[in-house]
Design a protein around this ligand. Structure first.
Ligand SMILES: Nc1nc2c(c(=O)[nH]1)N[C@H]1C(S)=C(S)[C@@H](COP(=O)(O)OP(=O)(O)OC[C@H]3O[C@@H](n4cnc5c(=O)[nH]c(N)nc54)[C@H](O)[C@@H]3O)O[C@H]1N2
Ligand SMILES: Nc1nc2c(c(=O)[nH]1)N[C@H]1C(S)=C(S)[C@@H](COP(=O)(O)OP(=O)(O)OC[C@H]3O[C@@H](n4cnc5c(=O)[nH]c(N)nc54)[C@H](O)[C@@H]3O)O[C@H]1N2
Ligand code: SF4
Ligand SMILES: [Mo]
Length: 724
């Protein structure tokens, strides 16, 4: 049998009494295709099988993907709404009583109304996330602005994609995470990847990355740690955390000096080259080596490979974006593609690895403090008018723009915000500077949390509402390529849980705003409205339908009308999305992280992920296999550093910064720079590394500096326990 025929003949084995529901993983931006196994007699999800037809992962899944189904009927699911009337229990899991939906919703609406009557509409806030479908993300923005009539809405993408978004908008005039489809990755000649631990965080991309090298192409990786991705790299640029801007300028310097620029492309399709060229003249390999700690030869070699490669893709992830200059880093790495003209054609371009499942779609349709559906801007009066008109509200009723996620906590503490509707996020683990954040949550007059498990954040709530998991509802997400895909419902709503859209529509009706929501009876209606409202915006979904998604295995936005097939490649016509059609090459001088090591805190702390856990860990810490594989956070320390501190592998030590401290078990590992330590952030309470992280914000994206701050290790005396 021929090889491809043989592979096509692989069929998922269907057991009697079962059906397979073809859908996608709930976790990361890869949005891998998967089939859920459903027992038809009980209508419950009982397992997972690979799905070979989805072109992005072609049947592959990672350890989180194959166990994701175990969340759905997990014993920890919240079954009924919970109310806690005594605020003395705030910050604990105690004092909640189960109530009916009617009682919970009546209580919420009474409290919301009281607060708004006493303190104005903007006293309420909505803090959301993008593990939800486009339908839910779109509705959440409308729920905040039209249902609750508040300006304060923002979401966890502020901690995730906001720097990529701001950088792409500035450089290219559009924020679609990738200018090429993922099927281009393995066909290019050179991948330059900065600040991504793809082998653990986007594992089903790895076969494409390795394929580049197997075909004789090159892989360049910039990361302070020798990750599995970096280990295979032709050049590993092992930089100090927080120094990417110097590296990118240094590479640009060499590309220009050694004649790898595309003069015609620069002339016809970009602005800003002369200024940038003048700036990077100073970024010689010696100077850049001094700032970054990377050997000069490596910088020279990397520039030569990228410069010579006929086709190349520059990629990055949170390692470069979660900095107080994340936006500048994104633009500076995008400069490499713009000066060499390696963008706007197949197999060449720029891409960020989008983080959350709907990290792309969820940032396009109006959950952001300064943005409306279709990627419209709140500071553009015409955009505001268009959306007000589509929603049927007078334009004067459209709330002003609000503030970013982290800034909302400050407003809670000063009582500008007294009420919070939290959904799809767990900021009591994931936000930086936890001591401040937890105090802010505690200070609220009234807080609602919508989740399917009792999260660390839910412990601060007065009311907890149980919602459905991804597998109990249908809708669309937009994956890291910009491809809009369909999730299908595989099981009915668990116990008394309700989908987020149901809850929001119900609250809006009870707040007296039913006329703007009553026509929405489920995901399809909401998607239809989203399509219409996004029409004419940058992120135009008007031409996308559930049927077209089915026919084409997803549709890439923009997709403007029924005849449009969508755009897998951006800028093939060399037209960028700035008014003059040109991209912007940006002159961005290097500046250090907001906090540099000193005598008191001599180490650099960086934070991130491991393959077995997802974000705040509220989902994955409950899955037995994942918990067993990685039960507690570990502090990664280089052997030389461990020796200098006299600490051993497995020993518990205190790690501290200017904001907080926590005790961690040491993992001695040669794959990290001696001046740097790393801790994954998937744990809460006393184990949360975000007790220590620096909330210094990027001026454009408002992204906190999760990736670089100054820290110190304190050896504990034998048997010493900290703070009880
Ligand atoms: N297993 C798993 N997969 C996930 C997630 C998860 O929680 N777990 N989350 C998803 C989400 S929402 C996201 S945002 C993505 C994140 O995916 P990644 O960004 O790949 O993950 P991180 O571990 O945050 O950081 C990536 C790398 O940045 C490096 N780094 C640290 N500081 C610097 C620096 O200053 N410069 C450079 N160049 N590199 C630096 C770290 O050493 C790390 O290897 O993953 C997605 N996939
Ligand atoms: N130190 C440090 N901190 C970081 C980062 C880092 O690299 N280092 N990375 C940042 C990044 S990139 C991200 S994305 C954030 C993520 O941080 P969070 O937003 O806190 O991430 P999650 O753990 O996904 O939180 C989602 C919560 O909502 C629930 N949930 C899941 N799906 C749904 C749904 O459909 N509806 C509702 N209502 N609830 C749902 C889950 O059970 C979970 O409790 O963390 C950021 N924090
Ligand atoms: S790579 Fe991402 S989408 Fe794919 S199975 Fe793993 S977590 Fe799920
Ligand atoms: Mo993220």
């Amino acid at each position: 049998m021929q090889k491809d025929k043989f592979f096509k003949s692989i069929k998922n084995k269907l057991h009697p009494g079962e059906k397979l529901v073809s859908t996608h993983c709930c976790y990361c931006g890869m949005q891998c295709g998967m089939n859920l196994r459903v027992d038809t007699s009980t209508n419950t999800i009982i397992g997972v099988e690979p799905r070979y037809d989805f072109p992005v992962n072609l049947g592959r899944m990672c350890p989180k993907g194959v166990t994701a189904y175990q969340q759905v009927n997990h014993p920890d699911r919240i079954k009924r709404p919970l109310i806690r009337r005594n605020p003395a229990w705030k910050g604990t899991a105690q004092g909640f009583e189960e109530v009916s939906w009617d009682e919970a919703l009546t209580y919420i609406v009474d409290r919301f109304r009281q607060l708004q009557e006493a303190y104005g509409k903007d006293t309420l806030s909505v803090y959301s996330g993008v593990s939800m479908t486009n339908e839910k993300c779109y509705l959440t923005g409308k729920f905040a602005r039209v249902g609750l009539q508040t300006r304060y809405v923002d979401y966890n993408g502020r901690f995730c994609m906001s720097s990529a978004a701001a950088g792409f908008n500035r450089s290219l005039g559009i924020d679609r995470g990738s200018t090429v489809p993922w099927s281009d990755l393995h066909q290019t000649d050179c991948l330059f990847i900065a600040g991504s631990n793809a082998a653990e965080c986007h594992p089903t991309s790895m076969f494409r990355i390795w394929e580049v090298q197997n075909r004789g192409g090159y892989l360049i990786v910039a990361d302070p740690r020798e990750t599995p991705l970096a280990r295979r790299a032709d050049v590993h640029l092992d930089l100090r955390p927080g120094t990417d801007l110097a590296l990118a300028n240094g590479l640009l310097h060499l590309l220009i000096k050694n004649g790898y620029t595309d003069e015609a492309f620069i002339q016809n399709h970009t602005n800003g080259f002369a200024e940038t060229k003048a700036l990077v003249e100073a970024y010689t390999p010696a100077y850049v080596s001094e700032i970054t700690g990377i050997a000069e030869e490596k910088i020279i070699r990397a520039a030569e490979i990228y410069g010579k490669a006929p086709e190349a893709i520059v990629m990055f992830c949170r390692g470069v974006e979660q900095q107080s200059k994340g936006t500048d880093n994104v633009s500076a790495y995008t400069n490499l593609a713009l000066v060499t003209g390696k963008i706007g054609r197949p197999k060449s371009g720029v891409a960020t690895f989008t983080g959350q499942g709907n990290g792309q779609g969820g940032r396009e349709h109006g959950q952001k403090a300064d943005q409306l559906p279709g990627y419209r801007k709140m500071d553009n009066p015409q955009h505001v008018q268009e959306v007000a008109c589509a929603w049927g509200i007078p334009v004067e009723e459209m709330p002003q723009k609000g503030v970013s996620a982290y800034e909302m906590f400050g407003l809670m503490l000063d009582k500008t915000i007294r009420g919070l509707y939290l959904l799809c996020s767990n900021p009591a683990v994931s936000a930086p500077n936890q001591n401040h954040v937890r105090e802010a949550l505690k200070s609220l007059d009234f807080m609602v949390c919508v989740d399917f498990y009792l999260s660390e954040s839910a412990e601060y709530a007065d009311v907890v509402l149980p919602t459905t998991t991804w597998a109990e509802d249908e809708g669309t997400t937009t994956n890291l390529e910009g491809r809009v895909i369909r999730h299908r419902q595989a099981q009915s709503w668990y116990a008394e849980s309700k989908p987020d859209w149901w809850i929001q529509i119900e609250i809006a009706k009870r707040m007296g705003r039913g006329q703007y929501f009553a026509h929405l009876n489920g995901p399809r209606d909401i998607f239809d409205e989203l399509r219409r409202v996004s029409k004419g915006g940058t992120a135009d979904y008007y031409g996308i339908t559930y049927e077209k998604i089915e026919e084409q295995q997803g549709v890439f936005w923009p997709c403007r009308d029924e005849h449009d097939q969508g755009q897998p490649h951006l800028f093939l016509d060399k037209k960028f999305y700035h008014p003059d059609g040109k991209a912007k090459i940006c002159a961005l001088p290097y500046r250090p992280p907001a906090e540099e090591p000193d005598a008191e805190y001599p180490l650099r702390l960086t934070t991130g992920r491991v393959v077995y856990h997802y974000l705040s860990g509220n989902q994955t810490r409950r899955i037995p296999f994942l918990r067993d594989m990685y039960p507690d956070p570990l502090l990664e320390v280089h052997p030389d550093t461990a020796k200098a501190y006299g600490i051993a592998h497995g020993e518990k030590v205190l790690l501290k910064t200017r904001r907080g401290e926590a005790v961690y078990k040491v993992k001695v590992i040669a794959a990290i720079r001696p001046d740097t330590v790393f801790v994954p952030y998937h744990w809460g309470k006393d184990e949360s590394i975000n007790l220590l992280t620096n909330p210094a914000l990027d001026p454009y994206s408002k992204m906190p500096e999760f990736k670089a701050c100054a820290a110190e290790i304190v050896k504990l005396e034998k048997g010493e326990r900290l703070h009880g």
